[in-house]
Design a protein around this ligand. Structure first.
Ligand code: SF4
Length: 168
């Protein structure tokens, strides 16, 4: 655990073209409990690893980066550090950026509280959730912005409006 106002960070990429549409600032959160076989980022699993940084410093880095369409929270699992995920997402929305988030939980898991109340609340500031664990046996085929076919690109604004899952 880190002190309030801080988060565990695995890394950041200022201008990514592969973690969602357009040009995106990607924040890789440190720590994951899902243990997916074939995970591309096992170095991000250890919640004691990575770098301890101020959440406000991450927000300022985003604010100081030009030519962005959005941000992407990745990892690791960003929703294990739900307060940081929420604060960064909220700040990005205020900057006019759209917010994508990758998580190993399914949308239903999150809604049922399995990822904790804070994770559920963090979703309120996000536009797209790429949900579910990476399943190596389901990685064949063309899954744009996803690792395996079971993962979904959930349009959260429409989902909130309709009351049921709407895909991108
Ligand atoms: S949720 Fe993502 S980071 Fe975590 S083990 Fe699965 S693929 Fe790796």
């Amino acid at each position: 655990m880190v002190e309030k106002g801080f988060m565990k960070l695995a890394g950041m990429v200022a201008h990514s073209m592969v973690d969602g549409p357009g040009v995106r600032f990607v924040i890789f959160f440190q720590g994951c409990i899902h243990g997916c076989k074939g995970c591309q980022n096992p170095d991000t699993w250890n919640s004691e690893g990575g770098e301890t940084v101020l959440i406000s410093d991450v927000i300022e880095k985003i604010r100081g980066t030009k030519y962005l369409d959005g941000i992407t929270l990745s990892g690791g699992d960003p929703l294990l550090q739900a307060e940081a995920a929420m604060l960064i997402s909220k700040a990005a929305k205020e900057m006019g950026l759209d917010v994508w988030c990758y998580t190993g939980w399914t949308y239903e898991d999150i809604q049922s509280g399995k990822a904790g109340e804070e994770a559920k609340n963090a979703l309120a500031y996000m536009d797209v959730l790429v949900d579910g664990p990476f399943v190596e046996e389901m990685m064949e085929g063309d899954h744009i912005f996803r690792g395996s076919a079971n993962q979904r690109l959930i349009e959260l604004n429409e989902t909130r409006k309709m009351g049921s899952i709407v895909l991108v």
